[in-house]
Design a protein. Structure first.
Length: 157
């Protein structure tokens, strides 16, 4: 009788260790999956911001330039985002901060395009993308000056 009780005790101890191991494994796997989903969401929001018609460089009816932001649009887009925040842009960029920084040439300058951090955020995933910034050339009517910038998108979880 005592041998049977000892065997059952060892069996239940092994079952408890197995449950503890599985619980810890599933907790770590869930955190990794959450981090992966946050990174994927950050890339989705970055791609949406790169191809926004409100920012992209266009030339009338011609195809827009890839990875290029028009500075004239960039200076005014924050007003557009705030005017239509609840009806459109929050669905595109939920709990996100989008900034553009001019890097070269000349002095660095920052523009905050969209800023809606999550009130109780725990994780933040930032993605960076190099873009061209096109501005009108005052010395050459109809001409453009191109500079380099960085698009930074921070998604909150």
């Amino acid at each position: 009788m005592s041998e049977t009780i000892a065997v059952m005790f060892i069996f239940f101890v092994l079952v408890v260790f197995g449950i503890i191991f599985y619980y810890n494994y599933s907790k770590v796997a869930a955190k990794e999956k959450q981090a992966e989903l946050l990174g994927s969401k950050a890339m989705d929001v970055t791609l949406k911001s790169l191809f926004l018609p409100e920012l992209i460089c266009s030339r009338g009816e011609a195809e827009p330039e890839d990875n290029c932001f028009d500075m004239m649009k960039l200076r005014q887009v924050n007003k557009t985002f705030m005017e239509h925040f609840g009806e459109y842009y929050f669905d595109l960029f939920p709990y996100t901060t989008i900034t553009v920084e001019k890097i070269y040439p000349g002095p660095k300058k920052n523009w905050t395009l969209y800023d809606k951090p999550k009130p109780d955020w725990q994780n933040k995933e930032a993605t960076y993308f190099v873009v061209a910034l096109r501005d009108n050339d005052p010395s050459n009517p109809g001409g453009y000056i191109y500079t380099f910038g960085v698009l930074r998108v921070e998604v909150y979880n």
